[in-house]
Design a protein around this ligand. Structure first.
Ligand code: CA
Length: 438
């Protein structure tokens, strides 16, 4: 798509908080989500400190431009039906909602007078927006792969396949929870040495992983591939993902089949889907291949993807310990990185995923893998930031962290910012780690 009037940085909304400095949910963002005010889940769009109730807006005649099947999809208790209609449907919702949050349209003037149309986010429950049938986690940051590889194989950090094939594994969809849901420290088998013997107990090495997740819109039929030139037609939008990881369980269990219980105890996602259309101003070139790096195989090669397959997003991890909460001190930033250095684009990951005929379905989640950069301050997990526990992070109150402690709250943030465009942000992806349960 190209930029249209919904991206105009001069747009003014009657929602004042959408114009506060640093606001994520600007009038140009319009992310999709699911809210409940005690009356069941309802599709919504976040703006400022409010959520526009799409069903109420439709029933009030404020979304009259929506095609019939798009309007009907708003009756479902999750967003999957809407996502299944593909990007033109999401674009229609975007155009309709843009008109009714604007202060200078007739729809906007009517909407501003309807007190129940846009409840405050603080007064509603924000739910997981879609039913996630399948979740796949990739490993697309070459800086992350190199850092982690060098801890375990100093002479040979990057395996020979890395620059040829997007590496991923199938994760667990049932334990994906929205921001705000507490996560419990898992128990599992761990061993002091790779030879064992193991013991069973609470993991002592809980970590976060800062990732970007892509939500599938229109699916592909089983047995059919998705050409890379059409991959983005299947991408509804992006969320932030915290792929909670138990490093000690992982170290003992991962060979020979890869991650299992070290990863599937919880995954936290930000609950507002920032659409690809909203991110249009932040598209950028894919990470260029260096001279000695192989060209991707033809099925992963596309000129448009090379030119604009990337997303210029800033990503941060913040931490607030129990002691900081008790003292009333704010969260502290652990890292800041960018999503522009990923070795594989989201389109390449999607196309590779479907290249064997695997069917992606509306609402499926594809995560990027930990987003790290070459600098220490851009490392997207504590395993890297504290270098396997050898360089603990020292917080300003003197506390040290090599891994996450009980009571710690991990907060991911992400946004796009560029001259000539309005800021578009994801909101927060936060969760407190609770001690192991009985
Ligand atoms: Ca991961």
């Amino acid at each position: 798509m190209t930029l249209d009037q919904t991206h105009d940085p001069a747009l003014r909304s009657w929602v004042a908080a959408a114009h506060e400095p640093g606001a994520d949910f600007t009038p140009q963002n319009l992310p999709l989500g699911l809210i409940s005010a005690g009356d069941g889940p309802r599709p919504a769009v976040a703006i400022g400190d409010r959520a526009v109730d799409l069903r109420r807006a439709r029933d009030g005649g404020l979304l009259a431009t929506l095609p019939r099947e798009v309007a009907a999809a708003l009756d479902a208790p999750v967003l999957n039906d809407l996502l299944a209609l593909g990007r033109p449907a999401l674009r229609a919702v975007r155009a309709g909602v843009s008109a009714l949050v604007r202060a200078d349209t007739l729809e906007g003037q009517r909407a501003a007078k309807d007190a129940a149309l846009a409840p405050r986010l603080a007064e509603v429950e924000v739910l997981l927006p879609m039913e996630i049938g399948d979740y796949t986690d990739f490993y697309a940051s070459i800086d992350h792969a190199t850092n982690v590889g060098s801890m375990f194989r100093p002479d040979n950090p990057l395996l020979p396949n890395y620059r040829h094939v997007p590496i991923g594994y199938h994760g667990r969809a049932s334990s994906i929870v929205p921001s705000g849901v507490a996560v419990r420290r898992p128990q599992g088998q761990t061993a002091a040495t790779p030879q064992g013997p193991p013991t069973f107990g609470a993991s002592a090495r809980i970590d976060y992983e800062l990732e970007v997740g892509a939500v599938i819109g229109a699916g592909n039929a089983l047995g059919t591939a998705v050409p890379i030139a059409r991959a983005e037609e299947h991408l509804a939008g992006l969320v932030l993902v915290n792929d909670w990881s138990a490093r000690d369980i992982q170290a003992w269990e991962y060979q020979p089949l890869g991650p299992f219980l070290a990863k599937n105890f919880a995954t936290t996602v930000s609950p507002w889907i920032v659409t690809l259309d909203a991110l249009e101003p932040f598209r950028t070139a894919a990470r260029p291949r260096a001279g000695d790096e192989p060209a991707p195989l033809p099925y992963l090669s596309d000129q448009t993807d090379v030119a604009r397959g990337g997303f210029d997003l800033t990503l941060e991890v913040w931490l607030r310990t129990a002691r900081m909460r008790e003292a009333g001190t704010p969260a502290e930033r652990l890292s800041q990185g960018t999503f522009t250095r990923m070795y594989w684009t989201l389109a390449q990951m999607l196309t590779h995923h479907a290249s064997n005929g695997c069917n992606l379905r509306p609402g499926d989640l594809i995560a990027s893998g930990t987003v790290s950069g070459p600098e220490r301050g851009a490392r997207g997990c504590l395993l890297e930031l504290a270098w396997r526990g050898t360089e603990p992070v020292v917080l300003s109150n003197g506390e040290e962290r090599a891994f996450i402690a009980d009571g710690d709250e991990v907060i991911l943030r992400g946004w796009g910012e560029r001259a000539g465009a309005a800021r578009v942000g994801f909101g927060e992806c936060r969760a407190v780690l609770l001690p192991t349960g009985a």
